[in-house]
Write a protein that binds this ligand. Structure first.
Ligand SMILES: [Cu+2]
Length: 113
């Protein structure tokens, strides 16, 4: 029983060590960048590969926003302010529309293939 547990722990450690996160020194390198400026997601539509991370950067002067995958059933995330970023990993294929929490007219979509 104990041996089994040790083996599983070793396996998890090995997976962590050889994951892309560990290889890049703990820093996620986003595959795609989306800017938020003048109440728009730019580009509004992007296509990434399974396993890619997308980074949204708030480029406004003083307006906060959020990136909310409401239709995926996600809870509304925290707002982020000018100069701040929001990262999200896409680990399954599909098309994922999102919106800004406080500004429902701000929409975007991420296609994952
Ligand atoms: Cu907004």
């Amino acid at each position: 029983m104990l041996l089994t547990r040790v083996n599983i722990t070793t396996l998890i450690l090995a997976l962590l060590l050889f994951s892309p996160f560990a290889q890049s020194g703990g820093t996620v390198q986003p595959a795609v960048e989306v800017e938020i400026f003048k109440f728009q997601f730019l580009p509004q539509e992007i296509t990434v590969n399974v396993g890619d991370t997308v980074r949204w950067t708030n480029k406004e002067k003083r307006q906060y926003h959020s990136v909310w995958f409401e239709q995926s059933g996600d809870p509304e995330p925290d707002y982020f302010f000018p100069g701040e970023t929001y990262l999200r990993l896409f680990d399954q294929a599909g098309s994922f529309p999102y919106r800004c929490g406080p500004h429902p007219e701000m929409t975007g979509i991420v296609h994952v293939k």
